[in-house]
Design a protein around this ligand. Structure first.
Ligand code: COA
Length: 168
C-alpha cells in the first residue's frame, strides 16, 4: 500500500497547471509533518489520502473544528468519487462540528457550502471566497458569528496558506 507521502506526491506531480514538482514535494512533506504532529490522517482504499488538523473558532472555542489539507487521490483514480468517499469516512470518524478547507471551488463548493464569517488563522492573500466550511452540527456557524480563528504547529506556517501560484 502506498504511504501518504507517495499518494500526495504523485497526485500533485501529475496535476500540472499551477502545481509544480516543488509543490508536489512540499505538500507531500506537509502531510508527513502533520501526521508526525498528530493530525488525523486517513488513507482511503489505498488510493486517497488526507489530513485533518484542529483549528479553533476564537468566538466559539468549545466547537470541534478541523481544517482539511492536503488531500490527494492517485491520478489514475481521480474523478471517480474517491475524494468524496474519503471525506464521508473521515467525517464519520472525526465527530466534528465544522470542517474548513481552503481550495478550488470546483472541488469543494458543493460539500463545503456553509455560510460563515470565520477568518483565516494566519495572514494570507488567499481569497476569502475559497475558504469553505462544512457544518456538521447545524447552526453553530451562525451562532459563532464573525470571528477570528487560530491554529498551531506546522499548519500555522504561512506557506501552507499561500496561493499555489506564489513561490513555495
Ligand atoms: C482534487 C482531488 C483530491 C479530487 O479527488 P477525486 O476523487 O477526483 O474527487 P471526486 O471524484 O470525489 O470529486 C469531488 C468533487 O470535485 C470535483 N472534481 C473532481 N475532479 C475535478 C476536476 N478535475 N475538475 C473539476 N472538478 C473536479 C467533482 O465534480 C466533485 O464535485 P461535487 O462535490 O460538486 O460533485 C484529486 O483530483 C487530486 O488529488 N488532485 C490533485 C491534487 C489536488 O489538486 N488537491 C486539492 C488541492 S485544493
Amino acid at each position: 500500500m502506498k504511504a501518504p507521502y507517495q499518494i500526495q506526491y504523485e497526485a500533485f506531480a501529475a496535476a500540472g497547471g499551477i502545481y509544480t514538482e516543488r509543490h508536489a514535494q512540499a505538500y507531500a512533506q506537509f502531510a508527513v509533518d502533520l501526521i508526525e504532529e498528530g493530525s488525523f490522517s486517513i488513507v482511503y482504499e489505498g488510493v486517497a489520502h488526507a489530513c485533518y488538523t484542529p483549528i479553533t473558532i476564537d468566538a466559539a472555542p468549545h466547537l470541534k473544528c478541523y481544517v482539511l489539507a492536503p488531500m490527494a487521490v492517485l491520478p489514475e483514480y481521480q474523478g471517480k468519487g474517491y475524494a468524496t468517499r474519503l471525506m464521508e469516512e473521515a467525517e464519520k470518524q472525526l465527530g466534528a462540528d465544522v470542517i474548513f478547507v481552503l481550495g478550488d471551488p470546483c472541488h469543494y463548493a458543493t460539500r463545503y457550502n456553509a455560510v460563515h464569517q470565520v477568518g483565516f488563522p494566519v495572514e494570507t492573500q488567499a481569497p476569502a471566497e475559497c475558504w469553505f466550511a462544512r457544518e456538521l452540527t447545524p447552526g453553530v456557524l451562525q451562532e459563532a458569528g464573525k470571528s477570528t480563528s487560530s491554529i498551531r504547529g506546522v499548519f500555522a506556517n504561512p506557506k501552507m496558506w499561500a496561493e499555489p501560484s506564489d513561490d513555495i
